[in-house]
Design a protein around this ligand. Sequence first.
Ligand SMILES: Nc1ncnc2c1ncn2[C@@H]1O[C@H](COP(=O)(O)OP(=O)(O)OP(=O)(O)O)[C@@H](O)[C@H]1O
Length: 598
Amino acid sequence: MKDLLYFVRRFYQVSGFKLFFTLVMTFIISCLDGIGIYFIIPLLGSIQVIGMQSVNQIPVVSSMLAYMQSLHFPVHLPVILAIYVVVVGGQAILQKQQTVMNASMMQAYIRTLRNELYRGLLSAKWEFYLSRRKSDFNQVLADEMERVTYAVGLSIQMVLSFAFTAIQIGLACWISPLLTAVVLLFGGLLALFSRKFMHQSKRLGEKTTELSQKYYAGIYDHFSGIKDIKSNQLEQPHIYWFNQISRNMENNAIQMIKMNTTSQLIYKLASLVLIAGFVYLALNVFYTSPEQLIVTVLILSRLWPRFVGIQNNFEQLYASFSAFRTVRELQADYAEQKEPGHSHGGSSGRPEPGAIQCTNVYYRYNSNDSHYALKAINLYIPAKKMTAIVGKSGAGKSTLVDLLMGLIHPESGQVYYAGGSLLEEQQLLALRSAIGYVPQDPFLFHDSIRENLKLVDPYATDRELWEALRFSASEEFVRNLPDGLDTVIGDRGIRLSGGERQRIVLARAILKKPAILVLDEATSALDSENERRIQAALDGLKGQMTIIVIAHRLSTIRHADQVIVLEKGEIIQQGGYEQLAQESKGVFKQLLNYQTGA
Ligand SMILES: Nc1ncnc2c1ncn2[C@@H]1O[C@H](COP(=O)(O)OP(=O)(O)OP(=O)(O)O)[C@@H](O)[C@H]1O
């Protein structure tokens, strides 16, 4: 309920006066609806279905007719028909306007919620993404947001429904207090009975969330690993999985419909019993006149659907509780793990390009785990020099680089940047703007090479783009592509080879003119000729920017100013390439021997 109130409050904040306007409009529509209905009574009187005498005895109607007569309005069939047409027609026109307005309000609301959620998700720390399924973000942004918006619309409708029901109960009381009391009593008894349906709705709603999360996660995984699936002929188990989950979703939806229709059926049957009971009692016990009986049934037929509607809305609202909870939990999670710079709106100033120093840094991915990915790291990375990080697989190289880029934060120990100062929180984003990063598995968007490059500098000229491509030894192959810079490279750059992707991402990093260039196995997919060309280009950058390279192939770091050797998260060797190569023992020598075949 607390979550629902939060979303209703946000709706009020987003919609402002429009909400007020739509409430007023709904009130007018409802009044017109009521007038339209009660006008049927004099209409029946004028065509002599019931006597005009009886019509005048019905309180609301007699007041309406008296008012018309005071305005010198003749109460004849054509006049009554004309008023009826104007009232019901006016109601239909307003209803149409209100539907459009409601839809635009709901669309603005879902857009605002989605924007907030998306911005929030992007402002979280790196660690936040490590512990979550990315498909859950899709699921929340698409399905859960729809359910939340629908339920908020529903709850506002329910408030209005309550108000109209109250008005109608008032009118009904005026006409027949006893009858209204009996209807209310009956409605109250059924509301108690329907608690069972609410719980069932809530449970089915939770199942909907669970199944939809599984569905999104499965599809995301399958299409991310489609190459493995195809090459290992694993289509059948995946098709089977998809069939199963689709069937479960279908069953859940059918159960929901069955439950809704069962509750509606019970209400309908109850209304039949109620009306039959009334007719019987009215005619045989109270000897009511046929006119009174018609009016009685008319009131019942107006009030009862309102009870059923409110009941049905409650069921649907309960089914949406799981969506409220999922969104709120995600919001709370990313708010708690917000990256410091984002909370200050970031800083446009770059921290001075320069050295990085770590003193006694410890880091582990899980605080319950005894395994530290980095231990007692004491390290100095000089400005505008090339530092290489080597070590066996799992030694902690990528973790160390993530730490240097401020993606993860030490559990203990400190990281100093630039002129020996501890990075201020609001400078974190400025640090990132000074970093050019080329990862092991480079990511490119489904767009042209030009747009992929321009991501880091939207104002880059074609000359600058070609310069960056030349630097990363990509000029030749890009010129040979059918549309050159405008060639669309497919999802994640699938239409390029691994080496071509690496070179484009390197060109992108260079285009950013970074103060610190980080290459995480960035040349692993290159042939020796291209690798040699990039090596030469990187050598040319020494003295212009700080370069940090992770490399498995030791030939690529021959010209590094400093080599750091990691093992099990600790620095076990440190020094110049030649110096480490000349040591007779040690991990570096071992790695070198493996690679030279010695
Ligand atoms: N997201 C994570 N959650 C938990 N543990 C992790 C995570 N990422 C890495 N690790 C662990 O941290 C340690 C260091 O991993 P890291 O990726 O830094 O090694 P690496 O030297 O870069 O390896 P490689 O050369 O294979 O890329 C490993 O034991 C790894 O299992």
